[in-house]
Design a protein around this ligand. Structure first.
Ligand code: PH2
Ligand code: MG
Ligand code: MG
Length: 178
């Protein structure tokens, strides 16, 4: 796979870290959509992309009658507050032409805020850590590759522990690098 060539700004000392974002795509050129999302994040002055998991091909969860996804998890540092970061993720989805047709349905690109340092908040329009993460192998497998020891707020378990306890058995396969 061609790696995005846009470099991230180095993280400023006071930036929030670690912050984790999950990427998903199941329409069109899925690898290209993930790459475009990473480039858009790298282009943001208040985000440093520090780690990228491998890309995984994953069975659709929830609404199963749709194409397989590609999923990837990123570790960031950011000068943005959780709500600002969420707004940025939505704006990148829009910039990449995401159209919302159906909840949990096919999408060219999805960017989800998985966790933001030790923040545990459940407020209107913003739930951090992500409400579904412990039930999703397509999140936990790539996340465990880059941050197995991160203690996930609310669950108070590491990513590796959550993966070991996860009852989701749907297929998650590392994509061979092109
Ligand atoms: N996203 C969903 C619903 N189902 N399944 C997989 N495998 N990967 C996803 O990213 C995904 C999903 C809603 O965001
Ligand atoms: Mg999602
Ligand atoms: Mg989403």
């Amino acid at each position: 796979m061609q790696k995005a060539k846009v470099a991230s700004a180095p993280p400023a000392a006071e930036w929030a870290h670690p912050v984790f974002v999950g990427l998903g795509s199941n329409c069109g050129d899925r690898v290209a959509w993930l790459g475009r999302a990473v480039s858009a994040l790298r282009a943001c002055a208040e985000i440093a992309v520090l780690k990228l998991s491998s890309v995984y091909e994953t069975m659709p969860v929830g609404l199963t009658a749709q194409p397989d996804f590609l999923n990837q998890v990123l570790e960031l540092a950011s000068g943005l507050a959780p709500r600002e970061l969420l707004a940025l993720l939505l704006s990148i989805e829009n910039q990449l032409g995401r159209v919302r047709r159906q909840r949990w349905g096919p999408r060219n690109i999805d960017l989800d805020l998985l966790a933001y340092q030790r923040v545990d908040m459940q407020s209107e329009g913003l739930v951090v850590p992500h409400a579904e993460l412990a039930r999703r192998r397509f999140v936990l497998v790539p996340w465990c590759e880059i941050a197995p020891d991160f203690v996930v707020p609310r669950h108070q378990l590491t990513v590796a522990e959550l993966l070991a306890r996860c009852e989701d058995t749907s297929r998650v396969v590392k994509l061979a690098k092109a």
